[in-house]
Design a protein around this ligand. Sequence first.
Ligand code: AKB
Length: 315
Amino acid sequence: MKKIMITGALGQIGTELVIKLRELYGEENVVVTDIRKNESVAATSGPFEILDVTDGKRMLEIAKKYQVDTIMHLAAMLSAVAEAKPLVAWDINMGGLVNALETSRELGLQMFTPSSIGSFGPSTPKDDTPQVTIQRPTTMYGVNKVSGELLCDYYFAKFGVDTRGVRFPGLISYMAPPGGGTTDYAVEIYYDAVEKGRYNSFIDKGTYMDMMYMPDALQAIVQLMEADPALLKHRNAYNITAMSVEPEDIAKEISLHIPNFDINYTIDPVRQSIAESWPNSIDDTAAREDWGFKPEYNLAKMTKDMLEKIELKID
Ligand code: AKB
């Protein structure tokens, strides 16, 4: 049985990951940490500790206190907010990661941390971006993600820490909002569709990015962490995706459920230029072959579920 500590656990991924892991491994075996507490199920249904990930001493203390065998390090600043405060992003994204790696090294823990499509840049092949390719991102978030991938590989090679990771695309979910990413439009569009019947997109039409529905992202984490290490040809980090879409694709799909839905555009130059520096679509063959990654949700299935869940939530 695993005993897992999660950092940044009340963010977009953690809020749902905690529920899934507690179902799989038991409430007491998932230790939730975040810089502040809220009233969510994740925060209130089992062990919880306040943790600022830049405090390595406290991270180690919590890991020891609960005798965890795994860290899932999720705390990070996303691409758009990182661009507004690049040095704060460096401190949180790299400082937090080093602390999670050091805690894992000292206690012999398995470790997961997500990388992102943001680890690619304008010189990366844009379509079917290969698993191993050019990674020269032009954002602070991307610089953090590439450095993080390399550092995790280093801790595996040098200290034998069982580090594993995926490059997440934009994640779409209804339980907790994403915090300051470039792909956030693909979440907002569903809320505005249900609440207002229209959406004003900050990302331009024709801008393709990879996306994934949260249940597939959670399943990928569990599968990768349970995979036989002998099968992992890559560790940090595997490309994974479920769809490559532009805003009009999502709008068209929403219109099948909300016939008068209307989309227009007021472009945010910062987030648009970040989006243009990322791939249109990535190739996830390695994840499919090495550990059986297989997403269940395409755009149609995800859209139906998102709209139903948001309607229930705001009723
Ligand atoms: C972001 O937009 O910053 C994130 C990501 C793709 O890593 N959702």
